[in-house]
Write a protein that binds this ligand. Structure first.
Ligand SMILES: [Zn+2]
Ligand SMILES: [Zn+2]
Length: 361
């Protein structure tokens, strides 16, 4: 019988607050080095509040975990296709579509024709959405695992992994490029929550500037309590920031109300005061407030700093977020937005619509 701590609504901490964890990690059930139990123990050692296990095309890790859990472990899978990867997070049990993937892959391998057409993946994602609250596009611009299904509709996605394992040297380019792509999606009216994923496979050394670590980056989620269900709900509401280390607070104050990351201020008009603060051990950092993709305020600060600016607030669609860059200008933390103004439902757009070159043919 399943231990009660495995239930999605099992509460590990009753306090509402910001909880840090990981949405992308592998075990020996696919190509990871640690057994599921070892990975859970490592998550505790590294100070995570929650963990997600996302093995390639299977959820076997959850059959192997039967003891009491010390933290919420979200049930996920990395749907791994020749044309790209996406995480399905928050499953309750073994989904039926998972069994069909090996046959699809065998088919694709024995044929020169592309079997997994865009419309097919679109339908698969639709099915995933019926079984789990979060469907997240993984490392969409990281070669050679970049997303190659240009026809999927963005409405299929609830999340995008803007920050993947920084130990891969190519992520020095792919991660910031994904943040830029996500900004375009936000400008187009899509409320897709940005999350991070360490894509953890093993401890040891990597080819890049960082050592592989569960929790690098970490994704910090505001949840009403610490349970798997509350974390999933926090992500669904966009109450999330992604960080390599800095702690961020970001608020908007308008018409006597305070709004937090993920909030909407559709009925607030006049002027909004934006307040961001950071705490970090990275040395000098730059704190930026971004409005609809453009920097509107910036301040350099040391281990602690704050920035405040005012912006007019009308019915015009507006999103604001806070970014942190290190002394060399590299992004080290990104919040999800606070939204203002009136946002009409976005027209149906596809992944390819946001790449200039492909729009022309
Ligand atoms: Zn992947
Ligand atoms: Zn992965």
């Amino acid at each position: 019988m399943m231990h009660p701590t495995h239930a999605p609504d099992h509460v590990f901490n009753e306090t509402a607050g910001w909880y840090a964890g990981d949405f992308h990690a592998h075990t020996t059930c696919s190509d990871g080095q640690h057994t599921p139990a070892e990975l859970v123990a490592l998550a505790v050692t590294e100070g995570l509040d929650f963990l997600t296990i996302t093995d390639h095309n299977n959820t076997d890790a959850f059959d192997a975990l039967d003891a009491a859990l010390p933290l919420p472990v979200l049930r996920g899978v990395e749907v791994t296709l020749p044309s790209g990867h996406f995480n399905v997070i928050g499953l309750n049990d073994k989904p039926s579509w998972l069994q069909r993937i090996p046959a699809m892959l065998a088919n694709a391998a024995s044929s020169n024709e592309p079997v997994l057409e865009g419309s097919f993946v679109d339908m698969l994602m639709d099915e995933c959405r019926n079984d789990a609250p979060l469907v997240s596009l993984n490392h969409p611009l990281l070669k050679p695992w970049e997303w190659n299904e240009p026809d999927i509709r963005l409405s299929r996605l609830t999340c995008v992994e803007i920050w993947n394992d920084p130990t891969w040297p190519d992520n020095a380019i792919a991660n910031p490029a994904t943040v830029d792509l996500w900004s375009k999606w936000l400008n187009a009216g899509y409320r897709i929550t940005a999350i991070g994923g360490s894509d953890f496979h093993f401890t040891g050394s990597g080819p890049g500037p960082y050592l592989p670590a569960l929790n690098l980056p970490r994704t910090v989620v505001f949840a009403q309590c610490l349970s798997a269900a509350a974390i999933l709900e926090g992500v669904r509401q966009g109450r999330v920031y992604v960080t390599m280390e800095p702690l961020i607070r970001f608020h908007a104050r308008a018409n006597g109300h305070t709004f937090d990351i993920g909030d909407d201020m559709p009925t607030a008009f006049g002027e909004v005061q934006l307040e961001a603060s950071v705490q970090t051990m990275l040395g000098e950092v730059s704190l930026q407030i971004i409005k609809n993709g453009e920097i509107i305020a910036e301040k350099r600060c040391g281990s602690e700093g704050q920035i405040i600016c005012q912006e007019p607030l009308t019915s015009e669609p507006l999103w604001v977020r806070c970014d942190v860059r290190d002394g060399e200008g590299r992004l080290v933390a990104v919040t999800n937005p606070i939204f203002g103004g009136k946002w009409p439902a976005p027209p149906e757009r596809r992944f390819r619509d946001f790449f200039h070159d492909e729009q022309e043919d």
